[in-house]
Ligand binder design. Structure first.
Ligand code: NAD
Length: 351
């Protein structure tokens, strides 16, 4: 049984079916599915679930043996952390691990990113206060590729996080971002010990490139967390939110794959989560879960195998819609858009 199991809190029958895997050298063992709390800040615009649904979802997830929650100040500009703070009051602290982030904050382009030591240090205190905690398990630098240059991350942000760790406000230090080579470069060059990396949308049916990098991180004792198995809702029947960075070509391919699944009465999200989980290469796969129905469906993927028909549909969409070599990424797209907007704003201000 996992060390996070607490009699009287957990639903033993369900927890017994959960797998727990060591996260690098941290000593923590994470549940196969992690709870992605970004939708608690409502970044997915279609049909926003109520606070009650969010609360039911988090509590049920934890009682079912999910023992890892990921959040950030960026998610709803503090809303996700605030909601978690209220919900977690009812939950024994030793039943879960939690990570939050520093560096990405507001929607306004000028205040969106700040990786300075001063802001990062203040941010951790703000997060702890919203969460109602004295310490998080992992403090991560959020979306490192958006920094003006990596020297800031290496010489300011990470040393500031080391001080936070020394002060007992976080147990481990992590980095997150989309371009895996940037994560690798930071790992290679950092003088501060990096315990974990969070990569997203790269262990999915439409892009499994994280697999090429697992050995690099494993050799260095770094725990790998993979996020967004549904490719940030590209692989759902509702489709992606307006802010999704994928090109029209990528969206179109995913739409066609979804339609193919629907025609065969198969849920593409089920196949997508199954694909990510069945790679067996990372400690945990974080899914954004914002309503009890999705939690139930995602737990079912964990507990039951795919039917023969679902297996066939999965193979078919992999072959037909997501073959190797098709351009499946949006690397650089968001960063270029952000820099362009920032430059325009700065020119405006200069008159
Ligand atoms: P995701 O691929 O997990 O998709 C989430 C979306 O799919 C939500 O709209 C959710 O309502 C929906 N969904 C979930 N289960 C479903 C189901 N069974 N059927 C249909 N729809 C379903 O994307 P995500 O939420 O962006 O990523 C997961 C988590 O990973 C985030 O919440 C966040 O914690 C983390 N993350 C971190 C970073 C970063 O640090 N840079 C980036 C991306 C994600």
């Amino acid at each position: 049984m996992a060390s996070t199991y607490i009699e009287g809190f957990h639903d033993l029958g369900v927890v017994e079916k959960m797998c727990y895997t060591p996260l690098g050298n941290t000593g923590m063992k994470f549940s196969s599915i992690g709870f992605g709390a970004s939708p608690l800040g409502n970044p997915y615009t279609v049909k926003i679930p109520s606070d009650e649904e969010h609360e039911a979802c988090v509590l049920k997830a934890l009682k079912s043996g999910i023992n890892y929650i990921d959040t950030a100040p960026w998610y709803g500009q503090g809303k996700s952390e605030e909601k978690l703070g209220k919900i977690l009051k009812e939950v024994p602290r030793s039943s879960y691990y939690i990570s939050t982030k520093v560096g990405r904050y507001e929607r306004d382009v000028e205040r969106m990113f700040d990786f300075s030591a001063e802001r990062v240090t203040r941010s951790v205190d703000e997060s702890l206060s919203r969460l109602g905690l004295s310490c998080v398990d992992i403090i991560q630098v959020h979306d490192v590729e958006f920094a003006e240059n990596l020297e800031i991350i290496l010489n300011e942000t990470l040393p500031a996080l080391q001080k936070i760790k020394d002060a007992g406000k976080a147990r481990f230090i992590g980095i997150t971002g989309y371009p895996i080579n940037t994560l690798r470069e930071i790992v290679d060059r950092s003088t501060v010990k990096i315990d974990t990396v969070l990569s997203y949308c790269h262990l999915d049916i439409n892009d499994s490139s994280l697999l090429d990098h697992i050995a690099f991180f494993e050799e260095r004792g770094i725990g790998v967390i993979s996020a967004s198995p549904l490719s940030m809702a590209l692989l759902t029947s509702l489709g992606p939110p307006v802010w999704h960075p994928a090109s029209e070509a990528v969206r179109d391919t995913c739409r066609k794959a979804t339609k193919y699944c629907q025609e065969h009465d198969v849920d593409i999200s089920k196949l997508a989560l199954h694909y990510s989980l069945s790679q067996g290469k990372v400690a945990t796969v974080i899914v954004g879960i914002d309503r009890p129905l999705f939690l139930e469906r995602n737990m079912e993927v964990l507990h039951n195998k795919l039917s023969k028909e679902e297996e066939e549909v999965l193979q078919k969409i992999q072959k037909e819609f997501f073959p190797q070599g098709v351009s499946r990424t949006w690397e650089g797209v968001e960063v270029a858009k952000y820099r362009k907007k920032l430059k325009a704003r700065q020119s405006e201000l200069q008159g």
